[in-house]
Write a protein that binds this ligand. Structure first.
Ligand code: N01
Length: 536
């Protein structure tokens, strides 16, 4: 493929794990494809999220490509929860191995994609005003990193120090030495960054609006025997992953019966063991009813609260850190020395739950208190799932926009989380309705493989356009909404519903069921020759 070619079979936006794999599949089959990437290298999420402490919270034995036995066998992770530099190195290793870069146009943002009904093709424009025509338009933006969320806090423009966002971290090292730093946000990104920033800063103030449950996880080098066994039994191991509820294997240390069948002492003993395990998220499955019975959930909650009070020496700070949420309703946050960090002399916690917050020239004002700062780090998350898509001017049939189609989120729907009626030959990989509780790497492999097979089918059957029917979209969305209504996650609004973005109307933006059901749905639609789609 040559990068000057103006007419292509497929345009892909994004050179993260999804875009890289799709490029590999399409190119192998001879389809002319170009990936456009706004950054200057591959890696997507792990290219942008390079803040101190950034790392993976899924064990990397599972957070890696599984489509190639060769790649799987060649790569060995150094630790169970690797940090961003190693994850980025992995993305580069795969890009080199598959020689992907020659078909990726870096430093290029796609600004618009318009479906031209006269030729049944997409006209795609870059920020350099280059226009490319393609039969298929595929977004591979990831679910989060393409749209960082900067809250609209009064005075933001006045600050005379430096401002950073965890999701758009500079490539150069940020030196915190001798600096007074404020971090706003205590979700997954903040919890990973805070202990690392604290090690370098003169003083760190954490501005916390909502305390959340943080589960300790331990970095351990993978046991060579276990790694070898996985490599030797690759196919069997991949099959077992697909049979598991989250697309990765988890040893279940919990009890196969409800919480209150055990005495208080027995429960405490089990909770303690799970807290000390490699990942304390094991507590979420301590008993069969931990996530379904409120009293059982509160029992685990009380245990974690007692651990926070035990770890954090200053009782006022400990009190501020105690969450009052259902355990497991929001995406679990993994921490390394998070609570311990509040025992450092150079760290303090500012509770902003009930206080006004304003940015000033010198720092942050909360109520009547002025906090002087040199740097402010926003760990305030992302406009997830739809934010990146809506930043591109996408027009389907009759100049339909996604925003218009979704009636400003009042009528949010997709078909399979991958296709959209009114938008022929367009696929949105790992975007809206991707799965909330699944190992993302395995999940996006499914989206990529399904998209590739669909394109290949259309090409081999001389189909000009494919488009989801409105009925199929309703059916899929109702199916997901019904699952969501039973989910613990629906009881606590989060980015899963767009609740973290001021003014974004709530919708079930993710798929809330288990992985085998999700995968079975995709397989079923493909096996029925794309039931629920119109083809011309
Ligand atoms: O973002 P978040 P994140 N004033 O939205 C606070 C993935 N991830 O980047 O809870 C003050 O969870 C907000 O407060 P509150 C993972 O899927 C994965 O941390 O809304 N505070 C919250 O504390 C994760 O779920 C890894 O009250 C404000 C924080 O900012 C997802 O990314 C690592 C505010 C935002 O938390 C998002 O995590 C990191 C305001 N105006 C992230 N606005 C892995 O390890 C927001 N906040 C793979």
């Amino acid at each position: 493929m040559n990068l000057n070619q103006k007419e292509l079979d497929v345009v892909v936006v994004g050179a993260g794990f999804s875009g890289m794999y799709l490029l590999h599949l399409l190119r192998k089959e001879g389809y002319s494809t170009r990936v456009f990437e706004k950054g200057d290298n591959v890696g997507g999420t792990w290219y942008w999220n390079r803040y101190p402490g950034a790392g993976c919270d899924i064990e990397t034995m599972y957070y890696c490509y599984t489509f190639s036995e060769e790649i799987f066998k060649e790569w060995t992770w150094s630790t169970s929860f690797p940090r961003q530099p190693e994850l980025l190195k992995y993305a580069n290793f795969v890009a080199d191995k598959l020689d992907l870069r020659r078909d990726i146009q870096f430093n290029t943002r796609i600004v618009s994609a318009h479906f031209d009904e006269k030729i049944n093709k997409w006209q795609i424009q870059t920020d350099d005003n280059e226009v490319v025509i393609a039969k298929y338009f595929v977004t591979a933006l990831g679910s989060l990193s393409s749209a960082t969320h900067m809250p609209n806090i009064k005075g933001l423009k006045d600050f005379e120090g430096e401002i950073y966002h965890t999701g758009k971290w500079p490539h150069e090292k940020v030196d915190f030495k001798g600096k007074r730093v404020g971090v706003i946000g205590t979700g997954s990104s903040g919890v990973q960054a805070i202990p690392e920033i604290a090690k370098g800063a003169e003083h760190l103030k954490v501005f916390q609006r909502s305390p959340q449950w943080v589960f300790p996880c331990k970095d351990e080098p993978p046991k060579p025997k276990e790694v070898q066994a996985m490599k030797d039994n690759f196919h069997n191991w991949r099959r077992r992953m697909d049979e598991s509820p989250g697309g990765f294997l988890q040893e279940n240390f919990g009890k196969p019966y409800p919480t209150f069948d055990d005495t208080r002492e027995e429960r405490q003993k089990l909770y303690e063991k799970l807290w000390q395990s490699r990942s304390a998220t094991a507590l979420l499955s301590a008993y069969t009813d931990t996530r379904t019975n409120d009293a059982a959930n509160e029992d685990v909650a009380n245990f974690i609260r007692s651990k926070i009070k035990e770890i954090v020496k200053d009782s006022t700070t400990a009190e501020k850190l105690l969450p009052n949420l259902l355990v497991g309703a929001k995406r679990p946050i993994f921490g390394k020395d998070y609570y311990e960090t509040y025992n450092r002399d150079n760290v303090s916690l500012v509770d902003i739950r009930d206080t006004s917050i304003e940015i000033t020239k010198q720092g942050i004002r909360t109520g009547d208190t002025e906090h002087e700062l040199d740097y402010i780090v926003f760990a305030t998350g992302f406009d997830g799932l739809t934010g990146g898509l809506l930043k591109i001017d996408i027009l389907g049939r009759n100049d339909l926009t996604l925003w218009g189609k979704w009636d400003g989120f009042k009528d949010f729907k997709t078909n399979l989380g991958l296709t959209h009626s009114g938008f022929p030959n367009m696929f949105t990989i790992w975007g809206p309705h991707s799965t909330a509780f699944t190992n993302a790497l395995r999940g996006l492999e499914l989206h990529v493989e399904w998209t590739f097979q669909c394109i290949d089918y259309l090409q081999k059957h001389a189909v000009e356009t494919i488009e989801a029917t409105a009925e199929a979209e309703d059916e899929w969305t109702n199916f997901n909404d019904a699952i969501a209504s039973q989910s613990l996650s629906n009881r606590v609004p989060s980015w899963y519903h767009g609740a973290n973005i001021e003014g974004k109307p709530p919708a079930n933006l993710m798929y809330f069921g288990d992985w085998p059901t999700y995968k079975a749905k995709y397989d079923e639609v493909a096996s029925k020759e794309y039931e629920g789609f119109l083809m011309t």
